[in-house]
Design a protein around this ligand. Sequence first.
Ligand code: TYD
Ligand code: MG
Length: 461
Amino acid sequence: MKNKETVFVCNNCGNEFSKWMGQCAGCGEWNSLKEVSNKFGGNKKNKGESRLARTSGKIDVKNLGKIKPTLDPSLENGGLNTSVFSTGITEFDRVLGKGIVQGSAVLFAGEPGIGKSTLLTQLIGKIGGLYVAGEESAEQIGLRVKRLGLNANNFDILGTNSIEELEEFLDRTQNVYKIAVVDSIQVMASENASGVIGSVGQIKESAFRLIQLAKKKGIAIFIVGHVTKDGDIAGPKLLEHMVDTVLYFEGEKNGDLRILRTTKNRFGATDEVGVFKMEEKGLREIKSEEINLIDNQENKIGSAITVIMEGTRPMMLEIQALVVESFAPMPKRIFAGIDYNRGQLLVAIAQKSLGIPLYKYDVFISVTGGIKIEETAADLAVLGAMWSSYKNLPLNVKSPSASPLSPLTKGEDKKLPVYVGEVSLLGEVKKVRSWEKRQKEAENMGRKLVEIRNVKELKGL
Ligand code: TYD
Ligand code: MG
């Protein structure tokens, strides 16, 4: 097949297509395909030759039984010394499983400015390593190291955009580094691929070579990848299937909370998260009791408190809704922090089960702290916030017309409510996993989980 000069890459799932489509056939996302350059093999020397150059003339079959127990037998030394070592940062270790696996390739993705360089600088500050700086000068990194109060002796800075230069450098420095950070993949390029820096061809070739380097040299390589919202540059999604571990660094740039999440890990589970705060002197690890994102004063109109699980840890946060009469022919649905399709579904449930005439209302939903909710446990809170905004009353207060003998006037029930539960299409509220942990977290904050069986009961609260 003739290699096309451009391909269309989905920003959401990274699938490639030869022609443009309005909806990605891979993941179903709309308007996510972007045209990007796809030139390979521009270098004459390598034309016609397989990109997978043989490393030696010998073809060797290994019997698995004869290989000593290792994590990765493709390592140069047979993986005999393959080890896992700590990052020196507890929250980072937690996300990786136990720590960094020797010779692994880790994609470290996140939006520009979120703190990727900062955290990886702190990592090298702790355990020492090579910083391949494609974006910033050694002086700039030096300033950051100083600002963060780290030991400058732990840093070797290689300022280059060339994969070949990095390969040559690592060939000359045998077994010196345990880790290397490449900041970022979008500015690395190889002579073996043509196309401008940042094109799909360059990114894929560079990543492929970095992964080979990691295996061959036994160096754990952290590959920084910027996630761009409008996606002019091919994003890290392209690389997810190539690397061993995929980490996403998230948060709201205006806020200071950052969450480190793993979406793929060949060496461990993917259900733990690390929580950090961006401060004057870099990223600080946050303990469980510090990660509540609510002010505990009162119940506000259009607000509902929920407890989500981040990994194994509960985290309280606030869902806000604004339900207002619409002047547009198609009412607006704008959701920040919850999945768009889930949001649409909850709007439909609110219309059917709570009887809100949402076909003529705009709905805006947001989640505090810039957190993206990935579980359905917050469904009930989203519906509660919508109901409160629609009725223009805080959630636990009965409407003025209701009986003055509200149960809320009695002792125990004065505790402010927290809404946790998955909501079915029929409006039934289902209990979710880790109920007790969430309950305890709510209690710690002087609140309690509301127990209802159907969203209709929100009307009576
Ligand atoms: P950076 O690590 O450069 O982001 P990325 O590599 O993901 O693009 O972080 C950039 C932001 O972090 C910048 O706006 C300043 C802020 N910051 C702090 O608040 N404190 C610090 O100690 C550092 C180093 C950065
Ligand atoms: Mg950076």
